[in-house]
Write a protein that binds this ligand. Structure first.
Ligand code: ZN
Length: 87
């Protein structure tokens, strides 16, 4: 006699895989949250934001950004960080 699991084995495995894939993203995201991706593109350890804001790299970014802002309104979205951290 076949069990429910036997009959739906492929389906269950596929579901499990899909769940794992979805979960994997969340796990990665969680790990990512210990670091902050600054709008300048740098990844900063959490708690070091203020120190980072004084760095030359960030200051240069702010300068180039303010130049940018004079021409049109540019909104930095948090979604922008996704591309930086996928690798
Ligand atoms: Zn920065």
């Amino acid at each position: 006699m076949t069990t429910y699991y036997d009959e739906n084995r492929d389906k269950l495995i596929a579901n499990q895989r899909a769940y794992y894939q979805a979960n994997k993203d969340k796990i990665n995201e969680k790990a990512r949250k210990s670091k902050i991706i600054c709008e300048c593109g740098s990844s900063i350890p959490k708690g070091h934001e203020k120190r980072h804001y004084d760095t030359k790299k960030h200051q240069n970014f702010l300068i180039s950004k303010s130049d940018y802002l004079t021409s049109f309104h540019y909104e930095t979205s948090e979604n922008n960080t996704d591309d930086n951290t996928k690798s």
